[in-house]
Design a binder for this molecule. Structure first.
Ligand SMILES: Nc1ncnc2c1ncn2[C@@H]1O[C@H](COP(=O)(O)OP(=O)(O)OP(=O)(O)O)[C@@H](O)[C@H]1O
Length: 360
């Protein structure tokens, strides 16, 4: 039987210490058990560990030391591009001289020669740059070359990084994109296919998506409050008409990277074939004329096909007695055949697209 006296008696000092000690141990055990259980059921745990390893490696490679990153910043840091692997420079891009000159003046100069612009609010690098135009015409190349020339860290953000996560996670990740970019500045946050996640807001948007978009924009605006902040959001899209008008307003510096013209195609072909073995009678202007409607990426693929034709020919024409010692140079005829092949494949893809559109 417990006497009422036992409850009313004040606890001795030792008893209070013992109680606090037991409560602390119990609290700590409960906390770590719950944390362990949450970690164990988190389906993204493996991804997080991988991302952390990748991020640590990249941070070492880009020479970032003594910067403490949060768990979310770590998973974004996995999308940093190692500058050593970023080999694209202006000399790899043909036919886009006007765009490059403009980018040098508006984006690169204010970053490289910061001291010249320090006192002017007007001449700060833009916080948002949009590259728009059809696929395969050099938008990604331009973005990477800009980062390289400006000496910026490059965060290559796939929209799915933010949209595939658990409810609530995407908002923390969106915040981490900006805080990481600020810690690593000068930096460029590159978002390819920006329309796919910042497209015009609609009533059918999931609540979490709508919140993430709103938050993304407010974080972006936050860059403006710090006068000295050197973070640029650079987006690329094939469908600028689908972009939210609020996003368009935040990207006042826009560059149209269009399907290459005749002269541009000639320049791209010249660049692609510069270091290849090409017959001296090849007339690039004729090839450029024949490849109307081709993107830079189509032209590259077409030249690769022509080079493969030479390999196939050289190997087929060899025998045991006269083995293939050397691959013959690319002839005009190879390029013309490759153009035909590319045209056939493009029209087949277009028909497929049309079929899908009519079925939808
Ligand atoms: N102007 C160009 N000069 C040289 N090469 C080019 C040019 N445009 C495209 N290419 C070639 O095409 C490839 C694809 O280009 P890139 O990825 O930059 O295009 P993109 O516009 O970003 O395409 P997407 O919208 O599909 O991402 C490049 O790796 C390069 O080989």
């Amino acid at each position: 039987m417990v006497h009422g006296e036992a409850f009313s008696r004040p606890l001795s000092r030792n008893e209070v210490v013992g109680l606090i000690f037991r409560l602390t141990i119990f609290g700590a055990v409960t906390y770590f058990t719950i944390k362990w259980m949450v970690d164990a059921i988190d389906p993204t745990r493996k991804q997080k560990v991988e991302a952390q390893k990748q991020a640590e490696k990249l941070m070492r490679q880009i020479g970032v030391k003594n910067v403490k990153l949060t768990e979310y910043e770590m998973s974004i840091a996995a999308h940093l591009v190692d500058p050593l692997s970023m080999l694209v420079t202006w000399s790899d891009i043909a036919g886009l001289d006007d765009v490059i000159t403009d980018l040098k003046d508006t984006v690169i100069l204010p970053i490289r020669k910061r001291y010249l612009f320090e006192n002017s609010r007007l001449l700060q690098p833009p916080k948002g740059v949009l590259l728009y135009g059809p696929p395969g015409c050099g938008k990604t190349m331009i973005a990477k070359a800009t980062a390289k020339e400006a000496g910026c860290r490059f965060i290559n953000l796939q929209p799915s990084t933010l949209t595939d996560k658990w409810y609530g996670e995407s908002q923390k990740l969106a915040a981490a994109v900006f805080s990481l970019a600020v810690k690593l500045q000068p930096s460029i946050i590159f978002i390819d296919e920006i329309d796919s996640f910042l497209r015009s807001r609609s009533s059918s948007d999931h609540e979490a998506t709508a919140m993430m978009k709103a938050q993304f924009m407010s974080l972006w605006d936050g860059l403006d409050t710090d006068f000295n902040c050197q973070v640029i959001v650079m987006g690329a899209t094939n469908r600028p008409q689908d972009l939210d008008t609020a996003i368009m307003r935040r990207m006042p510096t826009r560059f149209h990277i269009n399907q290459p013209s005749l002269k541009q195609r000639e320049a791209i072909l010249d660049l692609i074939l510069r270091n290849e073995s090409v017959d001296s009678h090849v007339d690039l202007m004729e090839i450029a004329r024949g490849s109307d409607g081709f993107s830079g990426s189509d032209l590259k693929e077409m030249c690769r096909d022509a080079a493969l034709l030479c390999v196939r020919d050289s190997v087929n024409n060899s025998s045991e007695e006269s083995p293939c010692e050397e691959i013959r140079p690319i002839h005009q005829q190879d390029l013309l055949r490759a153009i035909d092949k590319m045209k056939r494949s493009k029209s087949a893809t277009n028909q497929n697209v049309l079929m899908h559109v009519s079925l939808d």
